[in-house]
Write a protein that binds this ligand. Structure first.
Ligand code: BTN
Length: 325
């Protein structure tokens, strides 16, 4: 209940910003005493919000810390479904774990798990994902697409397109997609996407799209082994990016691409993906679980597999770590 009043108080202050809202109005709207309002104002101040209190005028929000809490995201969000239900925590092992639990409990499509920090962030191919506090976007989106299991790789590809468009809209940086779904800026990794799903026979129960974006991590904080291959939006732009607005933009772009896919199929997404990728027509090395393949990246097939022209003819690759040769 306390948490609930706090969230509603914050929404009210945001709604009125930069104006004052009177203590009387707040207690009426929230159905609590003036003393309770004061207690929650103090709580928000402890969290880093700057709130001016002026006799006879009431309270006014002056500064909002960069948090990815639901009320901060909601303020910027214009979607129908994506991000309309949010579970938020300061620290989690992995947002993927919470999203799986929530999906099993029946979460609706578009439900989002987001955290300020992950202690056991997971990446593709069993790797770990560096997720330091309050400097990135670590989130997992629950989808329930009415498609076949064999079509699931479409989701990975459309996700990379949606996230790319969201980041470009907010930052103006040119983002390249590396198959299947790494996003790069100037050749270094800015975002990774992890698609996990549950299904049986050929039916999908749910899909979890895990997205990790390096937003405000300063260069000095990167572990040595990542510095050469990864970067953050702040490093590339020379200044911080507001994470809640970024999340809202990504969810909007993702929802649009996803709706388009469900209505019209994969072909347009495939064409757009091929255009945006940095690898089509280039000499690449694909490290697959079955071995290393080198050749020219030709195109995607209808299942979303990458077709590579090798010395021995065309080869289709479903899962690999791909780099330019
Ligand atoms: C990759 O290896 O490139 C994929 C990285 C995916 C990281 C994100 S961060 C949010 C979500 N939770 C996780 O534990 N992993 C994904």
């Amino acid at each position: 209940m306390g948490q609930n009043i706090r969230d509603r108080l914050l929404s009210l202050l945001i709604q009125y910003q930069p104006q004052f809202v009177s203590g009387e109005e707040i207690s009426r709207e929230l159905g609590c005493s003036r003393a309770a309002v004061w207690k929650h104002i103090e709580e928000l101040r402890q969290e880093g919000y700057e709130i001016e209190a002026r006799p006879r005028s009431g309270y006014r929000l002056l500064y909002r810390p960069d948090r990815v809490a639901p009320e901060e995201i909601a303020y910027h969000l214009h979607t129908k479904k994506f991000g309309r239900e949010i579970r938020y925590q300061e620290v989690v092992a992995s947002t993927q774990i919470l999203a799986h639990q929530w999906a099993r409990e029946g979460a609706v499509e578009g439900s989002l798990v987001v955290a300020e920090e992950q202690t056991e962030g997971r990446g593709r191919l069993g790797r770990s994902w560096y997720s330091p506090p309050r400097s990135g976007v670590w989130m997992s989106l629950i989808l329930r697409p009415p498609i076949l299991l064999t079509e699931a790789s479409h989701l990975t590809l459309l996700a990379s397109l949606g996230v790319k468009q969201g980041i470009e809209r907010v930052t103006g940086l040119p983002i390249q997609i590396k198959w299947p779904n790494d996003l790069l800026v100037h050749g270094k990794k800015i975002c990774g996407i992890l698609t996990e799903l549950r299904g049986e026979q050929d039916q999908i129960h749910y899909v979890i799209l895990g997205m990790g974006i390096n937003v405000n991590t300063p260069e000095k904080n990167w572990p040595e082994e990542l510095r050469a291959i990864a970067t953050s939006l702040a490093i590339e732009l020379g200044g911080p990016v507001h994470r809640a607005s970024l999340i809202a933009a990504i969810l909007e772009e993702l929802e649009e691409v996803y709706d388009h896919y469900l209505q019209s199929g994969f072909s347009k997404i495939k064409a757009k993906w091929e255009q945006s990728s940095g690898i089509i027509g280039k000499q690449i090395v694909a490290r697959t679980p079955q071995g290393v393949i080198t050749g020219i990246a030709e195109h995607l097939n209808d299942q979303g597999a990458l077709i590579i022209r090798t010395d021995r003819g065309l080869v289709s690759v479903h899962s690999a770590d791909v780099s330019l040769k």
